[in-house]
Structures are given as structure tokens and as C-alpha cells.
Design a protein around this ligand. Structure first.
Ligand code: T1G
Length: 697
């Protein structure tokens, strides 16, 4: 028999309502029913006060977001908040864990609030595409003031008990058990004759120029509408009577609830948790992970070592010479210096990490006891094979041997060792101590517990780990290569790199593909093109203007010039005046008469290319599920989170139309626009990528 979602107890003249809905006391239907019943019962029992707190790890962590998009059931949260606030009894909430969203709104509807020092709070609704919908935009401004309410609600950030006390969001911060400190505080209130203190009856802040605030927040949202819409809710608190403000909040909340962006952000929320849970790893124990080795102390190796050190791992960094080892130490200390500056570590922590946890060596023997080694040397197959032969000879039995290669064949690397089952790809993204994406590349013979160890390392390092199969570019770079080629084709046919970048930032990308290429370094793509040239299919349309740019030594930001020219001290570049002539020459070589492109067509072609290649990646099993591709693009390639990822976007806009467009585009270039078999199957069966996600979980 499931315990009641809300426990009820009478302690003297105090009724105690205890949330019992693990893991996070989400305010699902049973909890909401229990709260309504509990308040009514307390009043019927003649209690003088009610104490509300959460069992387990936290006070209510918000509405149950699994109910979003489903027909509403049972009492709505705003009604429960109003019921609590209007009770004739004195209502006290005792907060611990993470009182978020509707949870904090419940506390704001209480008359008094106490918290333990470690408690954290927040109204993160905008982060999942909605806004506070149970009075948060009406009560928080009254309690904490307009500036704090605007900051907390439009950012969705969490804040701690100390800040909450300073803002007046909580009345007390006392260490101890939430129930005990809550009871003691409630008794003290009753003994002192404290009255009910409805926040709704407090004066609201004076109105200000909310249109200006709305415009500023909308601009900052880069296309995401929930933060700016929440501003209109706060505006209602300042301009309307409370009841009317609540109505206005509800209208705005419902608008957002019905939006594609809410669908995209909720998909991202659940997918970033699901992506690390592979059915094939159920019950598979990872190997020990206390100390790791990193070979190669360049940008990638130093970033990987930094991330590992910050996650509590001991790291042995191997370089070729003492000078290279010292240079690697310098890079790692510079990375950790950033963490120190941001307060992520203390000075003592910095010294521990750099003096004790980090060991530098030029001798492979230093790796004989590590649990896992990550190779991050030059992207050359022969160099990597040499390294793996030495690792095979030196590392202890059971040590995991990982390569950070971004596209080389992990099967080929594994084959030079006597233990291919211990070999795996761990593809980090630069800078490795900042980027959250980790592609875990599983070779044909990689053992299941080695895969589990890769995921355990990713979790320890705070990464979003995605399982990838072996192919050129794995998941992310393979898809990137296709949509970048589509962009190059549009340039050959008449678009400019600058129009394409503008169109894609308008779609929600932080940067357009050509600005990204300048940032990453144009020489990387150039090397890939040269590597692939011998095996190119003659039907492929291959632009030459990118090579002309590189031949001039223009590699992007690192040389000060690429598609853009970067003047010293300026973050953004300006279009490189030499580029149009290179494009015109390329068009002339091919006999192309350039045509105009609308921003809409640019985005449509770009996204159809991305979705088509992603469908091939899922269809071939390189990515286990569509959500795995979505998380790869969100966490490694700047895809706008409020669209959920390319395959969520495809489901929302409709697969039928996407396939039809691909077939239209194929008339001009049948080789590039070969429809993905999986896409054709889904359209034929009337299914979505999300259907595949559900089937795979
Ligand atoms: N609803 C349903 N399930 C939830 C949930 C929620 N609100 N929060 C977490 N879970 C699940 C999660 O999917 C995972 O499930 C498990 O709990 C542990 O979570 C009216 C409308 C609370 C800080 O946005 O920020 O209130 O994978 O792995 O790292 O205005 O979860 O185990 O099956 O993340 O310790 C507002 C979202 C809702 C909070 C805990 N609230 N959650 O982090 O564990 S909207 C939120 C979080 C709202 C009102 C509006 C975090 C956490 P599974 P976890 P964690």
C-alpha cells in the first residue's frame, strides 16, 4: 500500500502536513489532493496552525512536469496556494533541499517560512518554457521587491537560504531537521500571538517602464519567449489588484504551456537525464575509477585533465619531454586559475589539485597503476597506434584504454592491442573543462563494463554522455559535416556566409556556422577535406572557396582572419572583404549564376540537411535514440535548447513536410539529398522520432 502522498499528524494544536512523494516531492495529483484534504482536516480538527514540510531529500521541487501537456486533473496549484493563504490558521513552511517552482510558490502562499542553511530555492519555470503559474509572479514582488523578482523569475536561477533571508523570502534560517525547526518556529509564533500574514495583502511595488524591461529580456532570450512573458506577469502584480493579477498570470502561463518552446524545453529536461540511461547497461557495474592517466598535454589533454581534477580524480599527465610536461602543467594551472577566480575552488583546493592530485611524467611506467588512460595526442592514426601499443604493455590488467580521437576509427586503434575489450573512445569537446558533451564511442569489441565505466567517468565529470557507434565523425561531427556542406552549397548557389550566419542566429544558434568555423579554426576542416578527397564520390558538389581561404593562411580567429576579420581587442569580427571574390571565382568555375535566398529558405535547407543526416545516424545505430542526437546537438553544437534538438524540432514542424522538401531539393542534387530510410519509414508509418524514443526507453 503506497503511503499517503501527504502525511497528516496533529501535534498539540499544530497540524503537520508532510510531503511523501519521492524522489523530489513533485506536486503531482495525489500530493495536491492530499494538501487540500490536509488543510481542511486541520481546520476541522481545531488546530491553530499548520506546518508543511517535505520528507526525504527536499521540500516540494515544483509541479510534476510529467503532467505537462496532459489534460489537467484535480485541484490546480494556484487554487491550493490560495486555499493555504486564505486558511484561518497560521500556516508555516519549513524548507530544505530545493524548493523550486510550485514548491516555492506553496511556501510564498504560507504565512511564515523557515529554512535550513543548505536549502536552495528558485522559480526555474522559464527554463522549461513556462513561467510561475501559482502566484509566484504576484507574491514574490510583494515579498522581495521588484528588482529581485525580475532577476529571479526571468533568470530562473536558484538562490540559497542566506540570500532568501536577506530578501525576506524566508523569515528564519536555522540548522536542524526541517520538521523540528518548523515545529519550534510554529510554537514560537503561536506563543507570541503572531497573526496570519497573507503575502497577497502586502503592497505591490510601484509600476515602472515594463515595456523597456520586456524588450531587454526578450533580446537577451535570443528567441526564447518565456522570460519576457514572465515580465508581463510581474507587471500585472504592480498594475492590477491581486485577484486580477492572478488571472493575468494564469492566462500568460497557459499561453506558454501551449507553446512549442515548452515542448522543446521539457524534452531537453527529460532527455538530458535519459541519455545516460542505456537499457543495455542495466545491472552492468563500472570498473574502479580513482586515478586516471592523460597522454598529451595540449589544449585537449590539459582540458580533460582539468575536468578530471575538478571532479576529484587523481591525474597522471604524460608528455614527451620535461619542457612539454611543464607547458602542460601551465595550461592546467591556467584552467584551474579560472575555476579559482569564479570561486569554484579555494586557493587551498587549487594547491591540492596542482601539487598533489596532478602528477606529471615523461615515463609510461608512471601509468602502470591507473584505472583508465585517455590518449589525447596528435590526430594521426600511426601516432595513436604507437601510443596504444605502449599502453597495452604498461597498464595494469583491467585498465580502460580510451582515445579522445574526434573521428579516427576506434576499431583500428583497438586492434593493435592485446585487449580490444578494454578500448573505448571518449570524445571530449574543446575546451574540455567547459563543454558538457562527451561522446562515448563504443567499438565492436568494447566490453559492456568498459562502456559503463565511460559513463561513470562522464557522470563524475558532470558531462552529458552520449553513446556513439564508430563512423567518420561519430554523431556530432558527422551531422555537422553535412549541414555545413549544405551551407557551402547555398553559398555556391547565391547566398553569402554572412547572410547564412545571420539567418541561423535568428533561428536561435548562438553563432552561425561560419563564425563557429572561424572560432574552431578553418585549418581543421581543411585537413578533413584533404583526408577525404581521395575517396570522394564524384557526384559530390565540392566547393573550392574554403580551400582558397585557407591557402592564404586565413584560419579564422587564430590568425586574425577567416570568413571574418578580427581586430585586436574586438570580440566580434567583420566580414572579410576578400571572401566574396573567392566565392565569385568558385561560381564562375562551375558556371553558376547566383540566385537570391530568403532567410527562411536558408534555415529550412540547413535544418532539413541536419535532420536527414541525424535520421541516418539513428537508422544506422550510430546513435541509440533520436534524443541522443538532440542532446549531442544541444550540448556540443549550440543548438537552441528551446527547440529541444533537431529531431524534436522535426517532430514539431512535421516529418511529412521535411521529407517532401528533401525530395524537392533532391531534384537539383540527388546525391546530397538522398532521403534517410528511417525518415521515409516514419513518414510512411505516421510515426515520430519521439515514438522511437518511447519505444527505446
Ligand atoms: N516533476 C517530475 N519529475 C521530476 C521533477 C519534476 N518537477 N524534478 C525532477 N524530477 C525527476 C527527474 O526527472 C528524475 O527522474 C528524478 O526526479 C531526480 O531528478 C506551477 C508549473 C529537483 C534540482 O523545474 O531542477 O512548478 O530520471 O536527476 O540532480 O509555477 O530535478 O530518476 O526518473 O534532476 O538531484 C518547476 C526541476 C516545475 C524543478 C533535483 N520545478 N527539477 O536534481 O535529480 S514547473 C522544476 C530539477 C512549476 C509552477 C510550475 C531537479 C532537482 P528519474 P534529478 P537532481
Amino acid at each position: 500500500m503506497m503511503p499517503d502522498a501527504i502525511g497528516y499528524e496533529l501535534d498539540g494544536d499544530i497540524a503537520i502536513l508532510k510531503a511523501q512523494n519521492p524522489p523530489v516531492n513533485a506536486l503531482g495529483y495525489d500530493v495536491r489532493m492530499g494538501l487540500m484534504d490536509g488543510i481542511a482536516r486541520a481546520e476541522k480538527d481545531g488546530a491553530r496552525a499548520v506546518l508543511i514540510y517535505g520528507d526525504g531529500r527536499t521540500y516540494f521541487a515544483g509541479a510534476d512536469i510529467r503532467e505537462f501537456g496532459k489534460p489537467p486533473r484535480g485541484p490546480a496549484l494556484p487554487d491550493i496556494c490560495d486555499r493555504i493563504e486564505s486558511s484561518p490558521l497560521v500556516v508555516v513552511s519549513s524548507l530544505h533541499g530545493t524548493a523550486l517552482g510550485g514548491g516555492l510558490e506553496m511556501a510564498l502562499a504560507s504565512h511564515y517560512r523557515i529554512a535550513v542553511p543548505s536549502a536552495r530555492m528558485g522559480l526555474p519555470e522559464v527554463l522549461i518554457g513556462v513561467m510561475p503559474g501559482a502566484g509566484g509572479t504576484q507574491r514574490l514582488p510583494r515579498l522581495a521587491g521588484l528588482d529581485a523578482a525580475l532577476d529571479l523569475i526571468t533568470s530562473g536561477r536558484q538562490f540559497g537560504a542566506k540570500e532568501a533571508l536577506e530578501l525576506g523570502v524566508v523569515d528564519r534560517v536555522v540548522d536542524g531537521d526541517p520538521r523540528e525547526i518548523g515545529l519550534a518556529y510554529t510554537r514560537e509564533l503561536l506563543e507570541s500571538g503572531a497573526k496570519r500574514r497573507p503575502v497577497s495583502e502586502m503592497p505591490a511595488p510601484a509600476p515602472v517602464d515594463f515595456d523597456a524591461i520586456y524588450d531587454a529580456v526578450l533580446k537577451k532570450g535570443r528567441g526564447q519567449i518565456s522570460p519576457a512573458t514572465a515580465v508581463r506577469g510581474i507587471q500585472a502584480a504592480c498594475e492590477l489588484p491581486f485577484a486580477d493579477g492572478m488571472k493575468r498570470e494564469r492566462e500568460l502561463f497557459r499561453e506558454l504551456m501551449a507553446s512549442d518552446q515548452r515542448e522543446g524545453l521539457i524534452h531537453a529536461f527529460f532527455s538530458e537525464r535519459a541519455v545516460g540511461k542505456l537499457p543495455e547497461l542495466k545491472g552492468v557495474e563500472p570498473r574502479d575509477l580513482a586515478a586516471i592517466g592523460v597522454i598529451g598535454g595540449g589544449t585537449m589533454g590539459a582540458g580533460i585533465a582539468t575536468s578530471a581534477l575538478l571532479s576529484g580524480l587523481n591525474v597522471t599527465m604524460l608528455e614527451m619531454t620535461p619542457e612539454a610536461a611543464e607547458a602542460a602543467r601551465g595550461r592546467i594551472e591556467s584552467n584551474l586559475g579560472g575555476a579559482l577566480k569564479r570561486g569554484k575552488i579555494t586557493q587551498a583546493g587549487f594547491e591540492d589539485l596542482t601539487q598533489k592530485a596532478l602528477v606529471l611524467s615523461t615515463d609510461y611506467a608512471a601509468l602502470k597503476d591507473v584505472d583508465l588512460v585517455i590518449e589525447a595526442v596528435f590526430e594521426d592514426m600511426d601516432v595513436k597506434k604507437t601510443v596504444f601499443k605502449q599502453l597495452d604493455a604498461v597498464c595494469k590488467p583491467g585498465a580502460v584504454l580510451a582515445t579522445n580521437t574526434s573521428y579516427l576509427d576506434v576499431n583500428e586503434i583497438a586492434a593493435v592491442t592485446s585487449r580490444p575489450g578494454d578500448v573505448i573512445g571518449l570524445h571530449f569537446f574543446s575546451p574540455a573543462h567547459v563543454m558538457k558533451l562527451l561522446e562515448i564511442v563504443v567499438a565492436d569489441k568494447t566490453a559492456p563494463d568498459v562502456v559503463a565505466t565511460g559513463f561513470a567517468l562522464g557522470k563524475k565529470m558532470g558531462k552529458i554522455s552520449v553513446r556513439a557507434g564508430v563512423c567518420d565523425g561519430f554523431i556530432g561531427n558527422r551531422i555537422l559535416s553535412t549541414y555545413r556542406t549544405c551551407a557551402d552549397h547555398m553559398i555556391l548557389d547565391g547566398a553569402s556566409p554572412y547572410q547564412i550566419d545571420k539567418a541561423l542566429t535568428g533561428f536561435g544558434f548562438a553563432m552561425g556556422p561560419y563564425a563557429v568555423a572561424d572560432l574552431a579554426g578553418l585549418d581543421i576542416g581543411w585537413a578533413v577535406r584533404k583526408r577525404l578527397a581521395p575517396t570522394r564520390d564524384p557526384r559530390e558538389r565540392v566547393p573550392t572557396f574554403p580551400d582558397r581561404l585557407c591557402e592564404g593562411g586565413n584560419y579564422g580567429q587564430k590568425t586574425g582572419k577567416g570568413y571574418y576579420v578580427y581586430e585586436a581587442g574586438k570580440r566580434a569580427g567583420v566580414p572579410n572583404p576578400d571572401v566574396p571574390a573567392m566565392i565569385d571565382a568558385n561560381r564562375a568555375e562551375l558556371g553558376i549564376t547566383p540566385r537570391d535566398f530568403s532567410d527562411e529558405e536558408i534555415v529550412r535547407r540547413y535544418m532539413c540537411a541536419m535532420v536527414n543526416e541525424a535520421a541516418k545516424v539513428v537508422g544506422e545505430g550510430i546513435a541509440r535514440r533520436p534524443l541522443d542526437v538532440d542532446m549531442t546537438l544541444l550540448f556540443g553544437y549550440g543548438f537552441p535548447r528551446y527547440r529541444g534538438g533537431p529531431l524534436k524540432w522535426a517532430d514539431i514542424v512535421g516529418l511529412k513536410g521535411i521529407l517532401a522538401d528533401i525530395k524537392t531539393f533532391a531534384k537539383d542534387d540527388p546525391y546530397f539529398w538522398q532521403p534517410a530510410p528511417l525518415l521515409e519509414t516514419l513518414v510512411a508509418d505516421g510515426r515520430s522520432f519521439d515514438d522511437l524514443n518511447k519505444e527505446a526507453s
